[in-house]
Design a protein around this ligand. Structure first.
Ligand SMILES: Cc1ncc(COP(=O)(O)O)c(C=O)c1O
Length: 393
């Protein structure tokens, strides 16, 4: 993360991606406070879950106290077991990759594709065909001998992965499909909402499209998995009076105060999405012709949510690297950020098997996420665009 930029001029800070507070946010949180239901019980949690499931057109939502918690539980209730392997995007925030060892399993990293920056489906297909073998009805990684159990694509930066071929591969090889949709709430894949159907996790931390302060949700159409997730996320209470537990659960439920905020935020999600799309159009118009800058790609299957609008900076043609531009912008009180260190470079996951990785490293070296707050004003955005143009060739 970059540090707080120095004030070299008197301009106010333009943040990378701030929460958009308004509407009924205060009223609903106050209602939760006034009702006395501030913890994980109370009407707002169930109301938020219903509202979210309705918005997505999916059967069930289980609200959690973080997206990471939802990911952890989604792996367990889907059937990932200790020592299994899970194929996961290499170019991602670390949380989904961490969730795999939380469940006792092993990540296998899949590089990004160079065109749309999402999980490389051809590479995945090659690994499943050549790097694995069927044994007693199970798929085993030839290199490690471990059971390959699931694919976890991460819909990165608000843009959906190419899900149909991933679904086909999961069906062909008998693998679970567990999506990380935390950055892509509101995005469409071939006209259908990302995170609808199947098994997916969402995050509502402060910088996401809608926020609950901190929080997440697991969403699924499967009633049994939803019920198991609720049970595990609530300390696995089999008798809540006598405190009898038949499993090791987690304290992962979303508190009511956060859910109250979420109910209000969800009422405005379409407005937030519209704002993101306006921001994208303005960046595309303002930066499209700058030599050495590549705009964020959009696949033919995608109607992205553009959570963080991200460009690539070619140092040879633009004259500066993405990191140099980031520092210069920070001096102008404009907050930008590289995308996440690819997981095959992360010491936290040293030694895990990586399929490719060169594409992710190349994209990450050049990428820079630009201010993308729902509340970004045209005036502030024009300042960002003008400053990037000024620093260019
Ligand atoms: C891809 C991805 N997965 C998971 C998470 C984790 O969500 P949370 O911060 O709510 O735990 C995040 C972001 O914060 C994310 O970007």
């Amino acid at each position: 993360m970059q540090s707080e930029p120095e004030a070299s001029n008197g301009s106010p800070l333009i943040p990378l991606c701030a929460s958009e507070l308004g509407g009924q946010d205060h009223a609903y949180v106050k209602e939760a406070l006034d009702s006395g239901w501030v913890s994980t019980a109370g009407p707002f949690v169930a109301r938020f879950e219903r509202q979210l499931a309705e918005y997505l057109g999916t059967g069930f939502a289980v609200a959690t106290n973080s997206g990471t918690a939802a990911l952890h539980v989604s792996l367990i209730v889907s059937g990932v077991e200790p020592d299994d392997e899970v194929l996961v995007s290499d170019m991602t925030f670390i949380a989904p990759v961490n969730a795999i060892p939380y469940a006792g399993a092993w990540p296998v990293l899949v590089d990004a594709d160079p065109d749309f920056w999402q999980m490389d489906v051809e590479l995945l297909a090659r690994f499943l065909a050549d790097g694995c073998a069927a044994e007693n009805g199970q798929l085993r990684n030839r290199k490690t001998g471990r059971r390959v159990r699931a694919i976890m694509p991460v819909h990165l930066l608000g843009h959906p992965c190419d899900l149909d071929p991933i679904r086909d591969l999961a069906a062909k090889y008998g693998l679970l499909l567990i999506e990380d949709s935390t950055e892509s709430l509101g995005a469409l894949y071939k006209g259908k909402k990302v995170a609808a159907g199947g098994m997916s996790s969402l995050s509502f931390n402060g910088n996401k499209l809608i926020t609950t302060g901190g929080g997440g949700a697991l969403v699924t159409d499967d009633p049994d998995r939803a019920a198991r997730a609720l049970y595990l996320a609530t300390q696995a209470k089999d008798d809540p009076l006598e405190y009898v537990h038949h499993a090791i659960g987690f304290n992962y439920r979303m508190p009511s105060l956060n859910a109250a905020l979420g109910c209000s935020q969800l009422e405005r999600i379409d407005k937030h999405l519209e704002a993101k799309r306006r921001i994208v159009a303005r960046y595309a118009h303002g930066l499209g012709a700058v030599p050495g800058l590549t705009l964020m790609p959009k696949a033919p299957w995608a109607e992205p949510a553009f959570w963080l609008y991200t460009i690539r900076v070619d140092p040879k043609r633009y004259g500066r690297s993405s990191r140099e531009l980031m520092r210069l912008l920070a001096g102008e009180r404009i907050q930008t950020r590289p995308i996440f260190q690819p997981m095959h470079e992360s010491k936290a996951h040293a030694g895990v098997q990586a399929l490719g990785g060169e594409v992710a490293s190349r994209i990450v070296a050049e990428a820079l996420s630009l201010p993308s707050s729902v509340g970004l004003t045209e005036e502030d955005q024009d300042r960002v665009i003008a400053t990037i143009r000024e620093f260019g060739p």
